[in-house]
Design a protein around this ligand. Structure first.
Ligand code: SAM
Length: 582
């Protein structure tokens, strides 16, 4: 608290204006926070409330860093050419301000009260223990974290090289980015926490880069848009960076007359003692966790990356077919989709799964392929849900356990939403199919009594539910499709419903073109022998009419591939005409 008071005093002495109604506190959970001490007057309610105003001399900027390191125009351009992060040099400058004891220069002394409130114990996962990180296994977080660290290491090496700053590597330092960077960080944590690190070391650069990620403001607010080459360029903004974050807060940062001010439109609705928040940008929990070390429990901006490893050939052929795939990994082997509350079920994801279930003989997506695709997609979403469900229960014993649980739980909620949308989509797809293009096997079972009764003898089952329970749906369906192909005009009349023409048309089409191999016959032999000639003898009115040879069952099996989708919720087969999915 003492360093916080000193810092506020320093800021005020150096021209900062802080609204009297604000006070600064320290909480266990969120660190320093800014609180509204007295309610807003009725008169104030209409105006935007200017709460904090800081003169630009208190900001830590790239310009300041370049002056400090005597960077020429050429070197500055080289930095931009070789390093994508425009804040690299400012980060190094911050490391020097914070960790260099040799440099007792003016700026180091001047910023001391500010530097003292910058915690050495940061919450981002880069500083978590190995046990805590192992709880992230199976999430993208761990993959991104590793690749961020490798990129940062390269950035640090490049930066020192361009600025010709020597870092004498000790035994504790990494020799290259390919060494186990996570183990290196774990070994440096103690020294970092007590401030005993070289300002030129990678660990201090990691610290200052995390300070930048969690506290810096975009420089576009200071200058004309055109004057900022890189929108990522940022500066440190003492005092305003004490405000914690909440999504959807209506705030403004205004630059005028050499001062940067923070304005909030939220005060009207606030009570005494409420926390005043900034808005770091509407962020997903992954962004919040990696950038800031916390997550929002009910985050409307939550999203999740669904990565599908399909291989380059499949991805290319899906694209050639017309599926719009925008997020393909660099090696072309994976395609990614973003699941969010705004779009819990991207349409292109459904089309892709429909495409994957398309038969070679089909040149468009038909209702069957889409429904089949939905079933496959559902399995993937369910397995994601199960993963996040089980992981939202573990980790309680670790200091970052609760944030891990919250992250897993918010991912879980998002997948629940996505699965709900998929179920709705499945229902509406079935509903949209005209009744003459769809026939349910349950309806057949109910209406074709003669056939249904024959199944008691064939499989010992008494109802459709029994058929499902005993696992004979496929066999019964094969029998019925052969029966449908054998129905004469006369026997057709005896049925209380008409067999849709597309079923027998498909049967004929397949029958004409199919090439039957010995293997196909072998595959059906056991099934066939079990039922025939038994059925022919016992129930001739069904099984003696027409052709009941084994070939018919092989044809029926292909007809099923072409026309049938089994609803995974109730195992009911639907026989669908091949019409284009609209
Ligand atoms: C710009 S600083 C805000 C001031 C900070 N509380 C401090 O102690 O200096 C950002 C850091 O504050 C914390 N923070 C900000 N908003 C938070 C929130 N809604 N919940 C938890 N921690 C938060 C995180 O540690 C984050 O990295």
């Amino acid at each position: 608290m003492e360093s916080l008071d000193k810092f506020i005093q320093w800021a005020k002495e150096n021209g900062s204006l802080i609204d009297k109604r604000l006070s600064f506190k320290i909480s266990d959970k969120t660190g320093i926070q800014v609180v509204l001490d007295s309610k807003i007057d009725v008169d104030d309610k209409k105006v935007d409330n200017l709460l904090i105003s800081v003169p630009e001399e208190l900001l830590i900027t790239r310009k300041m860093a370049e002056t400090h390191f005597h960077v020429t125009k050429e070197v500055s351009s080289k930095l931009d050419e070789c390093i994508t992060n425009p804040n690299a040099i400012t980060q190094l400058y911050l490391s020097k301000l914070k960790f260099s004891d040799h440099d007792k220069g003016d700026s180091n002394q001047f910023f001391k009260p500010y530097l003292n409130i910058l915690s050495l114990n940061l919450q981002q996962p880069y500083f978590w223990t190995a046990d805590e990180l192992s709880l992230l296994k199976g999430t993208d977080l761990l993959i991104i974290l590793r690749s961020d660290l490798i990129k940062l290491y390269d950035e640090w090496e490049q930066l020192l090289k361009i600025l010709k700053i020597e870092h004498k590597k000790t035994g504790k330092d990494l020799k290259s980015n390919s060494e186990n960077i996570i183990v290196y960080i774990q070994n440096c944590l103690h020294d970092l926490h007590i401030g005993n690190v070289e300002w030129t070391s990678f660990i201090s650069y990691l610290w200052s880069s995390c300070i930048f990620r969690s506290r810096a403001f975009p420089e576009v607010i200071l200058l004309d848009y055109q004057n900022v080459n890189n929108l990522q360029q940022a500066f440190l903004y003492p005092i305003v960076d004490l405000l914690n974050h909440k999504n959807d807060q209506r705030v403004k940062w205004v630059y005028s007359g050499g001062r940067v001010s923070f304005v909030s439109k939220e005060l009207q609705n606030m009570e005494n003692g409420d926390e005043v928040y900034n808005n770091y940008g509407d962020k997903s929990n992954e962004e919040l966790l990696l950038g800031y070390g916390f997550v929002e429990e009910n985050n409307n901006h939550e999203n999740s990356r669904l990565t599908l490893r399909l291989g380059a050939t499949t991805i290319q052929s899906a694209k050639d077919f017309g599926i719009k795939l925008t997020n393909i990994t660099d090696d072309n082997s994976c395609v990614q989709f973003i699941i969010s509350y705004k779009d819990p079920l991207p349409r292109e994801l459904i089309y892709l799964f429909g495409y994957l279930e398309k038969l070679k003989s089909e040149d468009t997506l038909v209702n069957r392929s889409i429904l089949e695709g939905i079933s496959e997609l559902s399995k993937i979403l369910q397995s994601k849900l199960e993963f996040f469900k089980s992981h939202s229960k573990t980790g309680g014993q670790f200091s970052h356990g609760s944030v891990i649980k919250q992250y897993m739980s918010s991912q879980k909620k998002l997948y629940i939403k996505s699965i709900e949308s998929l179920q709705k989509f499945q229902k509406s797809t079935i509903k949209s199919i005209p009744s003459k293009e769809i026939l349910s096997f349950k309806t057949i079972f109910k209406n074709d009594q003669l056939f249904a009764n024959s199944l008691l003898f064939a499989f010992g089952i008494t109802s459709f539910e029994d058929l499902v329970r005993q696992g004979y749906v496929k066999q019964a369906l094969l029998l019925w499709i052969v029966r449908a192909s054998n129905l004469t005009k006369n026997s057709h009349k005896k049925l209380p419903f008409s067999v849709p023409k597309y079923i027998n048309d498909t049967f004929e089409e397949v029958s004409k073109s199919i090439v039957i191999e010995k293997n196909d016959v072998m595959r059906f032999m056991d099934f066939y022998k079990q039922l025939f000639p038994k059925l022919t003898v016992k129930i001739p009115e069904v099984y003696k009419e027409g052709d009941w040879g084994i070939r018919q069952f092989i044809v029926a099996d292909t007809v099923i591939d072409h026309l049938v989708w089994v609803n995974p919720n109730n195992q009911e087969p639907l026989i669908l005409n091949k019409i284009k999915f609209e």
